[in-house]
Design a protein around this ligand. Sequence first.
Ligand SMILES: [Zn+2]
Length: 115
Amino acid sequence: MDTEIVRKRLLRRREELQGRANRASADLRHESDPLSADFAEQVTQRESDEVLSAISETARGELKQIGAALRRLEEGRYERCEVCGGPIEPGRLEAVPYTDRCRSCAAGEPGAAAR
Ligand SMILES: [Zn+2]
């Protein structure tokens, strides 16, 4: 595996997510759109705040996983399953580049590699 390519992919994804999380946080602070005095309008704003919080939380969760994946990459553990210690399927890393477990462990069947 070309770890340099993987690292670039992870870094690009991290930037994208950081941008998304930052935009969502800025919108949540209502920097460019202050809370309306109109009640119905406020309800709409609150609803969109909930969506923004969800976006921001999801992005931050993935950012954490990407940070951990970059660390594993540096330590040469990137292709090792954190649960069973077996190899993570290349196709799985391709699809979920920040995953830390093999297909079986992700599916909740730890120890599949030891069978
Ligand atoms: Zn595993």
